[in-house]
Design a protein. Structure first.
Length: 431
């Protein structure tokens, strides 16, 4: 399809420095970042070493070495409700130059990634988006939300329990060895999180360009439990004008236990000479207001969609999570691209574990499907988009039914109970 437009679709080897560095330039341009320096290129080479990197090239362009569109992908684990994970295919770096819009380039690239994901056996494809109107056409839907939260330091007084361990202010570089295992456990306990990669941690800890202003301003706090084992850490920055109280901002807090999460929050809001604490990419279900004597010291400044999910294998995706209630539910899924279409029987035991099977049907008309769902004892009918939206528990099926996005065949209340989660899904990074 791209060739018909005179374009070339190429796999880019991150070890081919000239070609990969030109690809990074296009990626940065697409997201309005500055031209990459050599230290930035070194970091990108490390970040993309294990990824599939593609570019679309226009041989007639004055700078034909630089792609007019970019995309990258890699296999990752996605944490599901109940502490289990599922194989997913992460998609990133989706850019198209403004000079080459409306030629079907984005569609060609994204649909190719979905086929790749199916070929390698991924149950889902996942991405984070800069624009929310693009990916629904490919079957993606928002499955987690991200909140920007702010705490008025002058009004906040801690009334929560004391953690049994201790917090320590540490050099961020000292966390490089212990951080990966802490992050693995933190990711596993939170539905919606994906596996981290080493180059991301280097950036969080200020190791990519240690002498840059951003790295030198990065501070870190670590929490050790009563046995001296590290259970969490956070990195933060403080900005302020001369002789004025500052603002503490953080976007990376990894806690393997509830004690660690509370202790790190307390350390951050009790830093002296600041007026405000701002946390980025936090859960909308943050427990912090219940830990302060004045809950109005805490406010949610913004909530936006964050992780988008595209179900490719409903049997594997539905089987991977734990459920909030036992029951039998028939789910009919429509999918214009055909990857996830079908009718599925979801049987959940008292322990929340699921068995999932595909049901074959010779009559796919909407009327026949409704009769079949009711005859099966009740079910729901929805598109692959809505299946992705409810999969991690961020939105209730009944909410989508009220919006006309789910057809209720007598089981939407049961679906609400089954898909409920004890912890709101969250993704605390961009990718």
């Amino acid at each position: 399809m791209l060739a018909a437009h005179g374009l070339e679709y190429r796999l880019v080897d991150p070890n081919d420095r000239d070609r990969f560095d030109a690809w990074v330039e296009a990626d940065n341009r697409g997201f309005h970042h500055g031209r990459p320096r050599e230290v930035d290129l070194q970091h990108e080479r490390a970040s993309f070493a294990d990824r599939r990197v593609h570019g679309v090239y226009d041989p007639t362009s004055p700078e034909s070495r630089i792609p007019v569109a970019t995309i990258s992908s890699w296999p990752t684990g996605l944490s599901m409700p109940g502490g289990r994970g599922v194989d997913a295919w992460a998609i990133s770096s989706v850019t198209v130059a403004p000079t080459h819009r409306r030629r079907g380039i984005a569609r060609a690239m994204v649909e190719a990634e979905l086929r790749d994901a199916v070929d390698v056996g991924a149950a889902l494809a996942v991405l984070t988006v800069s624009e929310a109107t693009i990916y629904g056409r490919f079957g993606f839907a928002p499955a987690t939300r991200a909140a920007t939260v702010e705490i008025d330091r002058r009004r906040a007084r801690w009334i929560g329990p004391d953690a049994p361990g201790r917090t320590h202010l540490v050099d961020p570089r000292s966390l490089r060895e212990v951080a990966p295992q802490v992050i693995r456990r933190a990711v596993a306990r939170t539905p919606g999180e994906i596996d981290r990669w080493p180059a991301l941690l280097d950036k969080v800890l200020g190791l990519v360009d240690p002498e840059s202003d951003a790295s030198r301003r990065t501070r870190a706090v670590r929490y050790d439990d009563r046995n001296g084992e590290t259970q969490g850490f956070a990195t933060y920055r403080i900005t302020r004008d001369a002789n004025q109280a500052g603002v503490l901002e953080f976007d990376f807090l990894a806690a393997a236990t509830d004690d660690a999460e509370r202790a790190l929050w307390r350390s951050l809001i009790e830093v002296d000479f600041i007026d405000k604490v701002r946390g980025l990419l936090r859960s909308p279900d943050e427990p912090l207001p219940w830990l302060l004597d004045d809950p109005r010291a805490f406010r949610v400044a913004e909530v936006v969609d964050h992780l988008w999910v595209r179900v490719l294998d409903p049997v594997a995706a539905l089987r991977a999570r734990r459920y909030g209630s036992p029951g039998s539910l028939t789910i009919e899924v429509t999918d214009p691209l055909g990857f996830a279409a079908g009718t599925f029987e979801l049987e959940v035991s008292n322990g929340g574990r699921a068995e999932v099977s595909r049901v074959e049907s010779s009559d796919a008309s909407p009327a026949a499907s409704r009769r079949g769902l009711r005859a099966a004892g009740g079910g729901i009918r929805l598109s692959v988009n809505e299946l992705g939206a409810i999969l991690l528990g961020d939105v209730r099926p009944s909410t989508l039914a009220r919006a006309g996005r789910v057809v209720d065949a007598g089981a939407v209340e049961l679906a609400d109970r089954m898909f409920a989660t004890s912890k709101a899904p969250q993704l605390s990074i961009w990718f």
